[in-house]
Design a protein. Structure first.
Length: 452
């Protein structure tokens, strides 16, 4: 089909559907893939998909992209943190009000966008291709006719009685002082030898109903990322500008790209470059990142061929609209017959959102945080029927529900952590998702009200 801005096509079609998705490479993306469409809530899950069975089609080199991209139908959805922590043996209790811990759309019709080639494809079963093409053409006609296809720049937030346009104030699960106290308790656990690193998190809540479509369009404008997502299933939606790929499976290889280490962007080039150098050279951030790399190597070894797991890249700085991040890449070759469920059992929840050692870290964090994380700190993405998969971490994200929305944020605590710097990092991470909801950080969390 002719190239159309995915944002315009989304607004004209899937945005109007009760169950829809947009896996988004970001505004003005020059590479990568986006997929969008409408699905229906899956009666089952993709857990039995044999991930190691993904094969290279005849006549195509292993690293050559297939027409229409790697996702050609299957499941799109999310997995929450709390149920996964409990399955791994940690104490955890989920709150049903946070949204379902596991939710998937069955996807057979979709539109794929190759941003590098500026090409788009309609993908559907052979028996349904005519209907899928007609639906895509209708969306395209509607997008062309729309004068403002990307929707208003301000999110539509309504109060409890349904009046449009009211402002919403975010509330925090912890005050900065309480979060500093929790950091001190993390350091006590590290001093006692119960953990090496702990990913301590908190939550910010907007207690009024939110229009998820408008909020997502604002989020992607505020925080463009290579793993953006809008996924609406039943009464809940996940809106994400995630910079962290959790698991990518293709041709029997599994990769994970943990992020540990964050700095804000500078306002001008010189301080911005200085912040990136500070991140790269930080002994604390390097130690934190390497600890999680080692944990992820151990996790992947449980489902990969002996000797095949390695750190492909280590301690690279990646820069996004709001932050610099320290990223590493670990990969291995999956054992034959490995299923999606096997990989989840081995590696989820992700080490970057727990700490090390993982089970001990999750147990300590359950006591310290004393509340569910919900969908935050889980993962989302697609699992193809052919055994490929691409999942990102649920960070820099908003979860909406009928009564409002919540945003999780946190950071890795080590013995060398500076409490004020950790509090400031949480504020940096939460500010963008809250802004997409038309909400500001609570006053105590705003930089002007934190100790220097």
């Amino acid at each position: 089909m002719p190239w159309t801005d995915p944002a315009a096509l989304f607004a004209a079609g899937p945005a109007r559907a009760p169950h829809a998705f947009w896996l988004d490479a970001g505004p003005d993306a020059a590479s990568g893939w986006s997929w969008l469409g409408a699905g229906h809530p899956a009666s089952g899950t993709p857990r039995e998909v044999a991930l190691a069975a993904s094969a290279v089609p005849a006549g195509r080199a292993p690293d050559a992209p297939a027409a229409g991209g790697p996702f050609r139908g299957g499941h799109v959805g999310w997995l929450g943190y709390d149920a996964a922590a409990a399955a791994a043996g940690a104490p955890a209790v989920a709150d049903p009000g946070d949204g379902p811990q596991e939710a998937w759309l069955r996807v057979e019709r979709l539109i794929a966008f190759d941003h590098a080639a500026r090409r788009a494809w309609v993908i559907a079963p052979e028996t349904d291709i005519e209907g899928a093409v007609a639906e895509a053409a209708a969306w395209q006609d509607a997008a062309t006719a729309a004068t403002e296809p990307t929707a208003p720049s301000e999110p539509r937030i309504t109060n409890r009685v349904g009046d449009a346009g009211s402002d919403a104030a975010a509330s925090a699960r912890h005050t900065p002082a309480q979060y500093r106290d929790l950091i001190a308790r993390c350091r006590d656990a590290i001093r006692a030898g119960d953990a090496y690193q702990l990913c301590l998190t908190t939550r910010f809540t907007v207690p009024v109903p939110v229009d998820p479509v408008t909020a997502y369009l604002r989020l992607r404008a505020e925080l463009p990322a290579h793993h953006g997502a809008f996924i609406q299933i039943e009464e809940h939606a996940l809106l994400s500008a995630s910079p962290e790929r959790f698991l990518e499976v293709a041709d029997g290889i599994v990769r994970t790209r943990p992020i540990k280490g964050t700095r804000p962007r500078g306002t001008t080039p010189a301080p911005d470059a200085a912040l990136a150098r500070e991140l790269r050279d930080s002994v604390k951030e390097q130690a934190e990142n390497v600890m999680i790399v080692d944990l992820m190597r151990n996790d992947l070894q449980r489902v990969c061929l002996p000797g095949s797991v390695a750190a492909e890249r280590l301690l690279e700085v990646e820069s996004f609209a709001a932050v610099h991040q320290l990223v590493s890449t670990v990969a291995g070759r999956l054992r034959s017959g490995t299923t999606f469920a096997d990989v989840l059992a081995a590696g989820f929840p992700a080490g970057s959102m727990t700490g090390a050692p993982k089970l001990s870290a999750m147990t300590i964090l359950h006591e310290l945080e004393a509340a569910p994380r919900g969908v935050y700190a889980g993962c989302f993405g697609w699992v193809g029927d052919d055994g490929r998969a691409d999942l990102a971490m649920t960070i820099r994200s908003v979860v909406t529900h009928p009564g409002g929305a919540y945003v999780g944020a946190g950071g890795g605590i080590t013995w060398l952590s500076d409490p004020d710097a950790e509090v400031a990092e949480v504020a940096v991470k939460a500010r963008g998702p809250l802004a997409a909801l038309g909400a500001a950080l609570p006053e105590a969390w705003a930089p002007a009200h934190q100790p220097a």
